[in-house]
Design a binder for this molecule. Sequence first.
Ligand code: ATP
Ligand code: MG
Length: 432
Amino acid sequence: MSQENKFLINIPQGAEKILERLNAAGHEAYIVGGCVRDSLLGITPKDWDITTSADPGEVKKLFRRTVDTGIRHGTVTVLMGKESYEVTTYRVDGNYSDGRHPDRVSFTGDLTEDLKRRDFTINAMSYHPDQGIIDEFDGAGDISRRLVKCVGDPLERFTEDALRMMRAVRFAAQLGFDIDGATAEAARQLADRIEYVSAERIREELVKTLVSPDPARIMTAMDLGLTARILPEFDRSYERAMEKGEAFLPPLELGFAPANAVLRLAVLMRNFGESPAESASAADDILKRLKSDNHTREHVVRLIRLQGHEIEESEAGVRRAAYIAGTDILDELISLQKSAAAAAGNETETLRLDSIGEIYRKVTEEGQCVNLKGLALNGNDLISSGIGPGPVTGEILKELLEEIIEDPSLNRKELLLEKALKNAESKRIIGK
Ligand code: ATP
Ligand code: MG
């Protein structure tokens, strides 16, 4: 294989050792895929994948600590010190009769065959310290042109594996690239095939797009006809805005929201219904459909439901909001409201929410009481003084907490106990 490029990649020691050991045993081995792409872009790769002519059995023989990650697809994870590397045998994918995975994969001794099965030219480069970059499909050219372009015929590649259409959008969003004309055209033609792909794989690419530096790229997925299949609610909300002659703000709002999955999903779906409650219920259905984890789903749903909750710009107001929304999502709720205000150009509200964020930081730093955990009195204290056990203890604690949220200076055990006893007495009297 010719040396196409003298570009030097600084690969980690562990990866270098793996290449050396495979080479010494007579096998070919290269760094491949995303890490070569990222290195050319000057981005530090997240992980370093290796492709080799050795079959999985041979790889396992050469290394002491390995894990059978995807042995059927030729992938063995090799552990080197604290790092781990996926080592995959050169592979040719068989027919994709279902449009999502190959009927069978077969191993090959030919690097070019392995590079050919990869999705995009920018992902189909390999590298060896002695040989430089092996770039058979002009991935480096597409990096300099900033293009996501299929290896080979895009119609064929998207027919084989429809997820690649979502991956094209995701890489465009992550890297700030465009999608090559023929590649985009093929996706537009084949968009309905995305329905063959599993919800988990679709969700993963969707979320990567949303948390990327350019989440507004989700509009490319709409333009290609992908969201109409995987997220028709999004297309409908767009059409509603157009019918009303309103600006469609979600692309802007996404850009104003910090890049975390919960928040950006909430921003995306906050107006899928006619009211916050309806939108929250739509989000719940969608995230179930996309097989999202429960934590993400529950947080997104709560944020959407609470989106209109007005937080007062004072310490007591912020404590009240923390109590109602929960300390686990108040930061996100503030960000959600801020992204809407910023996208709408409402500077006064943006500044007010900034100030609320500052107040919340102070409330947190000072450990001010915003929930039962912060109350100077607990259920056991009530029981030892003869109140409860039973629902009455919870009721009394809740009433005390609400009082303390308004006036933290009262958060002292003796005082609270006194109030509790009075309260219990009056309850009994009223109860009679
Ligand atoms: P990231 O930095 O997000 O991990 P990556 O390029 O490493 O990006 P992965 O999904 O980890 O992307 O895949 C690793 C490599 O495997 C890709 O660079 C590509 O060469 C190949 N690949 C992954 N998924 C597909 C697919 N669906 N079709 C073809 N090739 C794929
Ligand atoms: Mg990767």
